[in-house]
Every structure is written in C-alpha cells, then in structure tokens.
Design a protein. Structure first.
Length: 217
C-alpha cells in the first residue's frame, strides 16, 4: 500500500476519481481495469451497496500491478471507514463531513476526503485533519464556489463532485479544483450492462482527454 502523501499526490496527478457505484461484483474488477487503462489512476468503489468490502478488495487485487490507488466512497460513519480500510481502501470519501470518519482515516494513515458545501463544514473538516475536501454536490453551487471557499480559508485542496461532465470540467479546474470526481460521466453503465469493456475504456478515455485539456489551459 502506498503511503498517505503518495496517495494524495496520485489523486491530484490523475485529475479525476472515477466513482464505481452499483456495479456487480462479477464485473467490477474488469470495469476498474478498463477505466485504469483509459488513464484514470484513482478509482472509488462506493460503500453504499452490498458486498462493498469484497468489491474494494477485488479491485485492489486486480490493479495491484499498476500505479492505481483504490478508495471507498459514501462512507458515512467510522465503523464503515474501518471496514473499507481493512479491505484495502487507500482513500475514503464521503458526501458529508463526519469528523470521526476523518479521525479514523488519520489513525490508519489513509487519505480522507469529506464532503463539504459551506465554510463551516470546510473548517470542521480541516480541523479534524482532512487531506482534501470534496465539494458536493458541485453543480448546485458551481465552479465559483471553489474560490469562495478558498478566499477566507486559504489554499485548500478541493475536489468538486456531483454533476461534473466533459462539458463543464474545464470550468471547475479554472475555478481552482485540484481534481474532480465523476460517476456516470466517466463510467459507461450501458456498456457495462452489455459487457463491452472496450466501450467502457473508450468512454473513460474521452473524459480523461477532457480533463487533460482543461488542465493544460
């Protein structure tokens, strides 16, 4: 397992965290492999479904020979954080700000990315020791909200998630994002249902190209 600083850097280098939600455990390793081959280094498996720990472990094994970092999302409490970390999660995301989740990650040397919307939530997360902040849902407030948070709080790492697409990803990076989280914009669920991993890879690569183009402006 990579150390905490290395995981943090790989997420930023990737520029995008691909969110794998509701994918069958018989397919998730193949999906993760295809998305990684498309250029995504950071892959999140959500913990809000059945067999989440098993899925995380499967993806971790599948990508063990690569530079990928595998994390868990939708982690709402400390016991779930413990469980996904035990399964191999190297970073933990949440839609909300729960200081106990952050502290659990800190004790285990795992990157924590709690969800925030307001300055109060951002300060709470930072004081708990969060490594990065997930601005969620991003399209509710828009790219300008990144700078609005950073203005009074300093140069904090913010990852917008929720509604980020190839069409608007450039606006979020221009607004100050260090990376973005993306679900259906990068994960082709129709192709997954058809078992077409080549199309899964192609869809992910299109989004990666959009991210690279946005970051090179």
């Amino acid at each position: 397992m990579a150390n905490e600083n290395d995981v943090h850097d790989r997420i930023i280098d990737s520029g995008v965290v691909a969110v794998l939600r509701g994918i069958d455990d018989t397919q998730i390793a193949s999906v993760a492999r295809a998305i990684h081959e498309a250029g995504v280094t950071a892959i999140e498996v959500t913990a809000d479904g059945k067999r989440a720990s098993e899925k995380i472990a499967a993806v971790d094994r599948e990508l063990a020979d690569t530079d990928a970092v595998v994390g868990a999302g939708t982690v709402l409490d400390a016991p779930t954080a413990q469980s996904v970390i035990d399964a191999g999660a190297e970073f933990v995301l949440a839609p909300d700000c729960n200081p106990e989740v952050v502290r659990t990650c800190n004790r285990r040397g795992v990157v924590s990315i709690p969800g925030v919307m307001t300055p109060t939530e951002a300060v709470t997360a930072m004081e708990a020791g969060a490594d990065m902040l997930k601005m969620f849902p991003a399209t509710t407030v828009g790219p300008g909200h990144i700078g609005a948070l950073q203005g009074p709080l300093g140069d904090i790492d913010i990852m917008p998630t929720g509604g980020v697409s190839s069409d608007n990803v450039g606006d979020f990076f221009e607004g100050g994002a260090v990376a973005v989280g993306a679900g259906s914009a990068i994960v082709d669920y129709d192709a997954i249902a058809a078992g077409d991993m080549a199309q899964v890879r192609e869809t992910a690569a299109t989004f990666v190209d959009a991210v690279e183009s946005a970051r090179s402006r």
